[in-house]
Ligand binder design. Structure first.
Ligand SMILES: Cc1cc2nc3c(=O)[nH]c(=O)nc-3n(C[C@H](O)[C@H](O)[C@H](O)COP(=O)(O)OP(=O)(O)OC[C@H]3O[C@@H](n4cnc5c(N)ncnc54)[C@H](O)[C@@H]3O)c2cc1C
Length: 250
C-alpha cells in the first residue's frame, strides 16, 4: 500500500474488503490480531491488474497484446519475438510470471524452488468478517479465508511441498459451509533465480523468483522489483546516483 502511494496510485476504488481482524491458527492455538488500520486488504486480481494498467496507460505506457516466445539481444537494442510480431526496444524488463519463458531463456530451471497454491472464490453466508490464516491444515504451508464482500470469500491452500491440495481445499470449503467456484492452482517461485540479469534483460517478480518463501506473498515483491528495474534504467547513465538514492549507497 505504501509503495503504491509512493508511486501516486490510490487503491480505494479497488479494495474489496479490508480486514482489521485476522485470526492466526497454529500448533500453539488460535490468536486474534486486531488493528484500527487494515492488516490485510483484499482485491480482485482482474480489477487490481486492470487498474494498474489504466494508471500506466494514463502516464504514457503503450499496451500491446502478444505471447512472447523469446528475446534476441543485439548490441544496442533488443528484439522481443512474439507470436504475432517482433518488438524492438533498448531493454526488456521481464515480468512474465512463474512460468517465465525469458527466465528459462536465461538458463534458469524454473521448476526448482517453487511452492504450489490452489484457490477459489467461494460463496455463502459464512458470518465472519475476519481473515483467517490456518497453519494446522497442511504441512509446510497454510490455508486462508479472506472475505471479499457480497458473500464472497477468497479461500486457498498453499505449501512448499506439492500435493493434491485441490481435494483438501474442496473439503475445507465444505467444512466452512461455503460453495466453491472454479478451483485454480499455480506455482509460486520462492527463491531468486540463479540468473536475474543478462545484458539488456532483467527479470522481476515471479519471473525472478521473488515471492516470500514463508507466506507466498508475491505482489509487493513483483511491483517493487519492477519499480526498481525501471528506476535503474532511468538512472543507468548515473549508477552512483541510483545507488545513493534507492539502495542506501550499495
Ligand atoms: C493461489 C495463489 C494465491 C496467491 N495469493 C497471493 C496474495 O494473497 N498476496 C500476494 O501478494 N501474492 C499472492 N500470490 C502470489 C502472486 O500471485 C504472485 O507472486 C504475483 O502475481 C507475481 O506477479 P508477476 O507480475 O510477477 O506475475 P503474474 O501476476 O503471474 O503476471 C505475469 C503475466 O505475464 C503474462 N505472461 C506469461 N507468459 C507470457 C508470455 N510468454 N508472453 C506474454 N505474456 C506472458 C501472464 O499472462 C501474466 O499476465 C498468490 C499466488 C497463487 C498461485
Amino acid at each position: 500500500m505504501t509503495l503504491l502511494k509512493n508511486l501516486g496510485i490510490e487503491l480505494n476504488g479497488v479494495i474489496r474488503d479490508a480486514c482489521r481482524r485476522v485470526v492466526v491458527i497454529n500448533s500453539a492455538g488460535s490468536f486474534l490480531l486486531t488493528d484500527n488500520e487494515p492488516i490485510i486488504s483484499v482485491v480482485s486480481r482482474d480489477e487490481f491488474d486492470n487498474y494498474l494498467l489504466s494508471n500506466a496507460l494514463k502516464i504514457g505506457a503503450e499496451y500491446l497484446v502478444d505471447r512472447v516466445i523469446r528475446v534476441n539481444v543485439h548490441g544496442e537494442y533488443v528484439n522481443v519475438v512474439g507470436m504475432n510480431n517482433t518488438y524492438t526496444g533498448r531493454y526488456v524488463i521481464a515480468a512474465d510470471g512463474a512460468n517465465s519463458v525469458i527466465a528459462k531463456q536465461l538458463g534458469n530451471d524454473i521448476r526448482r524452488n517453487t511452492a504450489m497454491a490452489f484457490m477459489t472464490i467461494a460463496h455463502g453466508s459464512y458470518l465472519n468478517d475476519a481473515c483467517i490464516i490456518d497453519m494446522t491444515r497442511i504441512k509446510w504451508g497454510y490455508s486462508w479465508v479472506f472475505p471479499r464482500g457480497n458473500g464472497e470469500y477468497d479461500v486457498g491452500i498453499g505449501s512448499i511441498h506439492w500435493g493434491n491440495y485441490k481435494t483438501q481445499l474442496i473439503k475445507y470449503i465444505g467444512e466452512l459451509g461455503l460453495r466453491e467456484g472454479d478451483v485454480r492452482g499455480h506455482p509460486i517461485p520462492i527463491r531468486a533465480r540463479d540468473k536475474l540479469v543478462s545484458k539488456r534483460i532483467a527479470l522481476v517478480g515471479d519471473a525472478a523468483g521473488l515471492a516470500d518463501p514463508t507466506t507466498g506473498e508475491g505482489i509487493f515483491y513483483a511491483m517493487y522489483s519492477g519499480a526498481l528495474a525501471a528506476l535503474a534504467l532511468r538512472h543507468s547513465s548515473n549508477p552512483a546516483e541510483f545507488a545513493n538514492n534507492y539502495l542506501g549507497g550499495y
